[in-house]
Design a protein around this ligand. Structure first.
Ligand code: 5GP
Ligand code: ZN
Length: 115
């Protein structure tokens, strides 16, 4: 379920601190330690899944997290000007923490395409 060596599992277990902004029985949202936008929140499942590539049986859970993020964005008033949800998978995707997570970015105009 949780991996004792995983940074984000430790955040779920409150073994390392984080600014938690959302929590329910299935997922956790917390502020990124190195924000790249005025709003930069990471949403993770409360189970250790390495990446989207590994999430083969978790269709419902992934859909749940994404729609939960949209509801969170709505509550936070981010809908008006918009926001971006990003998942980085593997080396070329730029993934650095190997517990699946979705970045919610907002509060400024975001360029496209990514570098
Ligand atoms: P990735 O590059 O894997 O998509 O994103 C990992 C994110 O986790 C990065 O944006 C990074 O700033 C964030 N991060 C890394 N370590 C910590 C930490 O200990 N606490 C928090 N809150 N965020 C972290
Ligand atoms: Zn983990």
């Amino acid at each position: 379920m949780l991996d004792p060596n995983c940074l984000f599992c430790k955040i779920i277990e409150r073994k390392i601190p984080a600014t938690i902004v959302y929590e329910d029985e299935l997922c956790l949202g917390f502020k990124d330690i190195n924000p790249v936008a005025p709003v930069h929140v990471l949403f993770i499942p409360k189970r250790h899944i390495v990446s989207l590539a590994e999430a083969k049986e978790e269709k419902d859970l992934i859909g749940y997290i994404l729609t939960t993020m949209a509801r969170y964005a709505e509550i936070e008033g981010l809908e008006k000007d918009g926001y971006r949800i990003v998942n980085n998978t593997g080396k070329y995707g730029g993934q650095t923490v190997f517990h699946i997570h979705f970045h919610l970015l907002s509060g400024r105009f975001l360029l496209w395409p990514p570098g």
